[in-house]
Design a protein around this ligand. Structure first.
Ligand SMILES: Nc1ncnc2c1ncn2[C@@H]1O[C@H](COP(=O)(O)OP(=O)(O)O)[C@@H](O)[C@H]1O
Ligand SMILES: O=C(CO)[C@@H](O)[C@H](O)COP(=O)(O)O
Length: 499
């Protein structure tokens, strides 16, 4: 038997899948790591921890699955996007990585608009300047930590750093480079024009490769540390949302994905770079050659539920926390939640907005709060679906993945709020599966990623919208949408009282 490995370097954990030639997940391992949150809006991680936890996870995976390592042909990656990993001339890390959900860079985003202009920025990158993207982070370091910036010789994104430590080959690939705001996504080249206009040396930008490109094999020391064979073939991989799309079969026009991980995204396949969403949704290169995708992002999706659990039910696991949510009626007995715990991206690009519970009543119990949190996250994602539909996209079927797809109640809630059929796949680990598929395709097991998807991906269940719930949620969605406007000023004022 032959195997490939998909490594998904997420925000809460690295998840590693061992997949056979039929697409069966033979074994999986997850190793978590913390967020470093020194101040409000700050979110960092130590890149060395990603490498150590991945090495530990691979070692556990191979030992527990008890496979012959010479049968593991290839390995590839999916990674949390946008995180800035700054490296010196020896490729040593210069400071903790500044992550996608870090929103300290509002001033730098304004600087980008002033220097480049909104129209030009959209023309070149197809995206607006958002705090989470990599370029504003580079500018923040340049302004606030000039002694570190001066020592920088290049930058990479989280999974690129991990791959570098495994192979000693340094690259970035298109689907993740698209989220830096420095890539001309249509031409698939670093934009020298943007570098010049914002004052970043183009020499900092690393060499670019395609997601399915073979970049080398493992170093002897990493192979020894994990038990993998040093000749294991290593493929570049992709951004977690591009890999989530591959691992969910979002490989042709008309296909839509909803992923509820730490962040939440609604993502739709695009054939080319030429559609115009006026920057209201993100527009990135896919992990499939010459394809693209558009997506809306809820910054704190699963993170809102994890936050609620950590603060109010630390000793309860997710299954127990959600056990009675199905018996709470639609609308959580009049309780609304907005999931803006770390600011928001779509549809409100606002780093200072924060979350609210509206309508708390002394009759409310923990289950009402849990349902309200789940509904609020799903309403937020519905705002992205709304943008797609208003721009002419037909969305009647959505593949749902991520931690949120583990719960039947949440899957039905998605069907009712999105008013669409929800498809659950046999594995909810889309990004890890997408990474494994890139390795399988790269190893030549299939002629195309679509052929691989036909073999690897199976529908496990579908959830149909229930008309009476759809109607109630339609009314509640109008109230949900009003909360942002009614709480924005108060939240902006409260900003100066935060840590
Ligand atoms: N059993 C469960 N039911 C519902 N939601 C869950 C469950 N387990 C985890 N989650 C949610 O999924 C999120 C983690 O999703 P995951 O896709 O693993 O995230 P990431 O890739 O960002 O690390 C958690 O924050 C939590 O809110
Ligand atoms: O910032 C984005 C997309 O633009 C996030 O989707 C990150 O890519 C992190 O993803 P998860 O850890 O939630 O999967």
């Amino acid at each position: 038997m032959k195997y490939v490995i998909g490594v998904d370097l997420g925000t809460s954990a690295v998840k590693i899948l061992l997949v056979d030639q039929q697409g069966n997940v033979v074994h999986e391992v997850s190793k978590s790591y913390p967020l470093i949150q020194e101040k409000t809006g700050y979110n960092e991680q130590d890149p060395q921890v990603w490498v150590d936890q991945t090495a530990a996870g691979l070692s556990d995976l191979l030992r527990e699955a008890d496979v012959n390592t010479s049968e593991v042909e290839g390995i590839s990656f999916s990674g949390q996007m946008h995180g800035l990993v700054l490296l010196d001339k020896n490729h040593d890390v210069l400071r903790p990585a500044i992550l996608w959900n870090d929103t300290r860079t509002t001033e730098q985003c304004q600087h980008i608009y002033q220097q480049v202009g909104e129209k030009k920025l959209l023309e070149l990158t197809k995206n607006p300047a958002l705090e989470g993207f990599t370029l504003p982070k580079l500018l923040w370091v340049k302004e606030n930590e000039p002694e570190i910036y001066e020592r920088a010789s290049t930058f990479v994104l989280p999974k690129d750093y991990l791959r570098y430590k495994m192979t000693e080959k340094l690259h970035m690939e298109y689907s993740d480079a698209a989220g830096t705001l420095l890539l001309n996504i249509g031409e698939k080249q670093w934009s020298k024009e943007i570098c010049e206009m914002v004052g970043i040396s183009a020499e900092l930008c690393p060499p670019l490769v395609a997601s399915d490109e073979e970049v080398g094999t493992l170093t002897a020391s990493f192979a020894e540390r994990t038990g993998l064979n040093p000749s294991t073939r290593v493929f570049a991989g992709g951004a977690d949302n591009a890999c989530g799309a591959i691992g969910s079969g979002i490989l042709e026009d008309g296909k839509t994905l909803c992923s509820i991980g730490t962040s939440g995204v609604v993502l739709s396949y695009e054939q080319g770079p030429d559609k115009d969403f006026q920057g209201k949704v993100h527009y990135f290169n896919h992990g499939v050659e010459n394809a693209y995708y558009t997506m809306g992002v809820t910054l704190s999706a699963g993170h809102s539920l994890s936050w609620f659990k950590d603060v109010f039910a630390p000793d309860v696991d997710f299954d127990d926390l959600l056990a009675e949510v199905g018996s709470v009626p639609v609308g959580a007995n009049g309780l609304l939640f907005t999931p803006y715990l770390v600011g928001e991206r779509t549809p409100h690009a606002d780093s200072a907005i924060r979350g609210s519970f509206i309508g708390m009543d002394s009759s409310h119990r923990r289950d009402d709060f849990v349902r309200a949190v789940m509904e609020g996250i799903t309403f937020s994602l519905n705002e992205s679906i709304d943008i797609f539909r208003r721009n002419g996209k037909q969305i009647d079927t959505i593949v749902s993945i991520g931690g949120g797809a583990k719960s039947e109640v949440w899957l039905q809630m998605q069907a009712d709020i999105f008013d669409a059929t929800i498809v659950k796949l046999a594995s909810e680990q889309g990004p890890g599966m997408g990474a494994a598929m890139l390795a399988a395709y790269g190893c030549g097991w299939f002629d195309s990623l679509s052929a691989c998807a036909d073999q690897f991906l199976q529908e496990a269940a579908t959830y149909q919208p229930k008309p009476e719930n759809v109607e109630r949620y339609r009314e509640l969605f109008q109230l949900y949408k009003a909360v942002y406007g009614q709480t924005a000023d108060i939240n902006h004022e409260l900003m100066r009282y935060r840590k």
